[in-house]
Structures are given as C-alpha cells and as structure tokens.
Design a protein around this ligand. Structure first.
Ligand code: CU
Length: 180
C-alpha cells in the first residue's frame, strides 16, 4: 500500500520535473543569426532563469551559421580555434545539464564579433529557497489543546504535508537526476 503511494508520488515528481524543464528558442523570432545589435543575445538571455534540464534550441539556415560550444575565452574573444563541440546542422538542441555558464558562438565570418554569441548561466544546485522551513512547530507538539479531546488527533494536515513535501523533493531530485 505504502509502496503504491511512493510510486505514484514518484511518477508525479517525474511529470513535474518534465513540465518544469523549459525549451527555449534562442533569439525567439530572430532565431540564431548575425544580430543587428552586439548585445542582442545578451539581452535575450537577460531576465530568463535557466535551470538544469532546460533545452536551448538554435534555429538557423544550414551553411549560413553554426553553433560552437566554447569556453569563456572563446566567447570573450570570439576564438573559433578550439570549440568543445561544433554543430552545423539545424536545429541544434542543447540540453543544459551542468551548472555554471555555458558559452555559444557562431564561427562563420564576423558573426561572433558583431554579437552572434550567447552566454547562459545556471545557478548552483540547491537554488530553490527552502520551501519547507516555514512552520516551526514540531509534529509532536500539539499546540492549543484547550481542554478538548486531548486524545490522538494531531493536526494531521501539517505534519503529513511536510513529510509529503520532503519526500516529494527527494523524489524530484531523483527524477531530475534520471532525466539528465
Ligand atoms: Cu552566424
């Protein structure tokens, strides 16, 4: 019985994890191209919160552009010499599966120099701000037992849901780990 409960929670966690992962079209309608302003992709990324498991999708005309995954030096200096990976066939989908900053440039012509470059940062793990730490009343301490039925009716709601949230969080991280 408990097993079924755990399994269903786990399934829900997986579902939520999948629903949470976002799919970003880099540049939106502009797609991945030689931009009109040097900070176009910086501004595109600004204000977005990228998370583990999110996917960046680069759309472009084959042969006109490419997507090179580079290090910070490659990004800063538009150094095309040693990309970690070079994708030339659109659409290019990159799953962000490590924390830190991910750098992308186009190696065609002067494209990177004029702004066809993207840096996306994923904050470290444990980012979600402690959702469970709210109620400080330990499960046992039944507050306000005002003479009434002092028996065994704890405020089951809170204790149970706290345990549930804890388990949910655990299942969630397992699910995320599996998905990556
Ligand atoms: Cu290009």
């Amino acid at each position: 019985m408990a097993r079924i409960f755990e399994i269903s929670i786990f399934c829900v966690a997986i579902f939520v994890a999948m629903a949470v992962a976002e799919d970003y079209d880099v540049g939106d309608d502009t797609e991945w191209t030689r931009p009109s302003t040097a900070d176009f992709y910086t501004r595109w990324a600004a204000g977005k919160t990228f998370r583990l498991g999110d996917i960046l999708e680069f759309e472009f005309r084959e042969g006109m552009h490419d997507v090179a995954i580079v290090n910070k030096e490659g990004y800063d200096n538009c150094n095309k010499a040693n990309p970690m990976t070079l994708f030339q066939k659109p659409p290019v989908k990159v799953t962000l599966n490590t924390t830190g900053t991910h750098y992308f440039i186009c190696t065609v012509g002067d494209h990177c120099t004029v702004g066809q470059k993207l840096a996306v940062t994923i904050a470290g793990a444990g980012a979600p701000p402690a959702p469970v730490s709210g109620p400080t009343t330990p499960p046992g301490t039944t507050t306000n037992s005002s003479g009434a039925a002092g028996g065994e009716s704890p405020p089951s709601g809170s204790a149970a849901s706290i345990a549930g949230v804890g388990f949910f969080a655990a299942a969630m991280s397992v699910a995320i780990a599996l998905l990556n």
